[in-house]
Design a protein around this ligand. Structure first.
Ligand code: LLP
Length: 443
């Protein structure tokens, strides 16, 4: 079943339509495979979080779009227009945001192993906040900030030990995690004292992100409660009262049957629950209310995106399975191969036809695990049909590769029926651009 909305529906021609644009027309105009992003959806989600903080928390906070979910210049331009901040996690994301003219002050730099040039780049552009995730990083930021004669605002990433019900690869706050400093074993406290001793680091508070694609409100609330309890401890033990709390991202989205359809009101309710937890917790623990950050990525862009493919080879293995192959695959969407992720697919040119069979959708890479998924209910697909895979806006383009030297598909942004490239198509020249044949191989 399709999770339709005003900007994603079936139109009078019986075709899938997104942002007012007919998907069959989009496929014709731009070719396939093609990523399509619904601008209206993205803006609405950014506003929901921004406005909830304004209404429920006197605007004493900032939404940081977690740009690892989808990064290109246009998304930073949209975030800038919507007056929110962004989270960048590498020199490449930082560079892209700066190239888009995004204000450095509203950026937070993340990463569990930030490289020296990434830290220097962040300091040089005046990044608003750096989230420290290693001792060596504190030393490096201190040294580089001192040499520039500046004091850098920082948070410490803590691991409060919260199990979140999601895929193991996207859980981040379990005892065995490469992220953060554990509260339980004293590392977070030790790090607090360490950072406080550094004259060029201004410790603003803490960051915590428990994982991704999580639906249970309780896990998020628990993480905030544990953060506040830790903040109270640091106040009592070290006399340090945090001014800021970054609550991370991680809200789940709808991919397929079985996933909740949360909607803008639902996401507002998630955030309200977190803000109320902060308010009540501070009251109870005698803490002043911190400035809050929220870092949603997937929930802003995930459901905004679809991928259009053209159906090619069809292979039925009697008694076993039918494979529908498309002109994309794990190079534009590696999430099935990595996490056995579930998706919903629609024949965009025959969107009103009832499903007739259960099929696997395969990619074109030389690898058996190159699938979009195994169980899709579809009408009998024919070569040439346009297949749309839904909810591909997050962690698809941003995780794409040139595996098998396939081209990473372009991205178009649609609004009011108008579609424009925000990432142009790659070419085979792009693929060989950095290749070099050393002289001795040219015989
Ligand atoms: N903040 C931090 C520190 C994060 O590590 C992440 C995601 C986010 C915010 C945003 O989380 P979101 O709201 O998007 O769930 N590649 C995986 C997801 C990895 C998530 C990494 N960190 C996937 O395709 O499911």
């Amino acid at each position: 079943m399709i999770h339709t909305r005003d900007t994603l529906k079936i139109n009078h021609a019986g075709h899938l339509e997104i942002g007012g644009a007919d998907c069959v027309d989009l496929a014709q105009q731009f070719g396939t495979p093609l990523y399509v992003l619904d601008e209206e959806y993205i803006r609405r989600m950014m506003r929901v979080y921004r406005d909830t903080i304004a209404e429920e928390y006197d605007g004493n906070g900032l939404v940081l779009y977690a740009s690892k979910a989808f990064s290109c210049k246009a998304i930073y331009a949209i975030a800038g227009q919507e007056n929110i901040g962004v989270d960048v996690v590498s020199g490449g994301e930082l560079y892209t945001a700066l190239q888009a003219g995004f204000p450095a002050k509203k950026m937070t730099l993340h990463g569990n192993n930030k490289l020296p040039h990434e830290i220097c780049g962040a300091l040089d552009c005046g990044v608003g906040m750096i989230v420290i995730d290693a001792h060596s990083e504190a030393d490096l930021i201190e040294r580089e900030a001192a040499s520039r004669g500046i004091v850098q605002d920082v948070l410490i990433r803590i691991n409060p030990g919260v199990e979140a019900h999601t895929h193991a690869y996207v859980q981040t706050a379990t005892p065995d995690s490469k992220f953060g400093f554990s509260v339980a074993n004293g590392a977070a406290e030790e790090m607090t004292a360490y950072v406080l001793s550094k004259p060029h680091l201004h410790l603003k508070g803490y960051h915590c992100h428990i994982g991704s694609q999580i639906f249970e409100k309780r896990s998020f609330v628990l993480a905030v409660e544990k953060n506040l309890a830790f903040m109270a401890q640091m106040k009592a033990k070290l006399g340090f009262e945090a001014e800021a709390l970054n609550m991370g991202g991680g809200f789940g989205i709808w991919y397929a049957e079985g996933d909740a359809m949360i909607g803008t009101d639902g996401y507002a309710a998630y955030l309200r629950a977190l803000l109320n937890t902060v308010k009540e917790g501070c009251e109870k623990l005698g803490l002043r209310r911190p400035y809050v950050y929220l870092e949603p990525g997937r929930s802003i862009v995930g459901e905004a995106g679809i991928t259009l493919y053209t159906v090619g080879a069809i292979k039925e293995i009697p008694g076993i399975r039918k494979y529908i192959a498309v002109d994309g695959g794990m190079f534009d969407n590696p999430r099935y191969a990595l996490y056995q992720s579930k998706y919903t697919a629609v024949l965009a040119n025959r969107a009103t036809e009832a499903p007739e069979e259960l099929v696997a959708i395969a990619g074109k890479c030389c690898e058996s695990g190159d699938l979009i998924g195994l169980d899709f209910e579809l009408p009998k697909a024919r070569s040439g049909d346009i297949l749309a895979v839904l909810s591909t806006g997050a962690y698809n383009y941003s995780m794409a590769s040139n595996y098998n030297r396939n081209l990473i598909p372009p991205v178009v942004l649609v609004k009011g029926g108008k579609a424009e490239y925000i990432v142009r198509p790659q070419s085979y020249e792009d693929i060989v651009r950095n290749d070099v044949i050393p002289e001795r191989l040219r015989s």
